[in-house]
Design a protein around this ligand. Structure first.
Ligand code: R5P
Length: 284
């Protein structure tokens, strides 16, 4: 069994190879002067079960993913499982206005052409999985790993930034063995919104906010500012996919006590691996 790691998912590929007790394939990846991508696999993958790991964000990583799939298909592999830990374009999972593409479907259709199975992690819209019509496709949940990371850090309350993800906060809280709640956003005027926990008091508490994606950081910053005003003693934010658009990290760290993400996107705050959960679902 081999793991082939794309350049966007080097950390996770190594961890997944450990979890699967697989070999990490030797791969050469470079860019030509005109920025076209070149890949070459320097291992014999004939009759091997192969896991290809590459996040499909930003766009240049999609091309690399497709080239790596094609390179793997030059071998007579027993099976190819394509793992896209962060599935970019999942937020455009339907047409919001006429004339738009269904971007998630467009990506799913090209990825499934050259794989036997597909895995992703905490996909933003679960409907994305349904666009993989020709191959087995599964979503892996990161909450057990986030929960294990937060356990032992004295967290007393796990919060979701909205009701939609309250179930996830509950699942993380079950690992930590504490209470969970979700924030309710209320617009007071054109410029002021408040975010308050639905039921629980945060005064003096060590609170963790968990979300699937942190992009601009706006959601978490607003939540953390409100929680501080309400007397929270310590605030950690943990997410699956640390996109961190622009200079989100320093803005977030100005209001947070701790910030951590999984390795679905490699970033300076990656401190949790989702490899054991991918390996578990892959063996199911
Ligand atoms: C929203 O549905 C997501 O779960 C995240 O809360 C959102 O993507 C975070 O975005 P930002 O960091 O830009 O506020």
């Amino acid at each position: 069994m081999f793991v082939v790691g794309g350049s966007a998912s080097q950390l996770l590929s190594k961890e997944l190879a450990k979890s699967l007790k697989a070999k990490l394939a030797k791969v050469e990846i470079k860019r030509f002067p005109d920025d076209e991508c070149y890949v070459r696999i320097d291992d014999d993958l004939d009759e091997e079960d192969v896991f290809l790991v590459q996040t499909s964000w930003p766009d240049r990583n999609i091309v690399e993913l497709l080239l790596l799939q094609d390179a793997i298909r030059q071998y007579d592999v027993s099976s190819l499982t394509t793992v896209v830990p962060y599935f970019g374009y999942a937020r455009q999972d339907k047409q919001f206005k006429s004339g738009e593409p269904i971007s998630a479907r467009a990506l799913a259709h090209v990825i499934q052409m050259n794989t036997d199975e597909f895995l992703t992690v905490d996909v933003h819209a679960p409907s994305v999985i349904d666009w993989f019509e020709d191959v087995s496709a599964k979503n892996v949940e990161a909450y057990p790993q986030i929960g294990r990371h937060l356990k032992g850090k004295g967290v007393e309350l796990v919060l979701s930034p909205d009701e939609g993800r309250a179930k996830n906060a509950r699942k993380v809280a079950d690992f930590v063995n504490c209470e969970s709640d979700y924030l309710v956003k209320e617009r007071l005027d054109g410029e002021t919104v408040t975010m308050t926990p639905k039921k629980l008091d945060v005064k003096g508490k060590n609170v963790a906010i968990v979300d699937d994606i942190i992009s601009t950081g706006g959601t978490i910053i607003k939540a953390a500012e409100q929680l501080k005003k309400q007397g929270a003693a310590r605030i950690t934010a943990a997410c699956t996919h640390g996109v961190f658009a622009g200079n989100a990290i320093p803005k977030l760290e100005a209001v947070l006590d701790d910030l951590c993400t999984t390795d679905t996107i490699e970033n300076p705050r990656t401190c949790i691996t989702v490899a054991p959960e991918i390996a578990r679902i892959a063996k199911d």
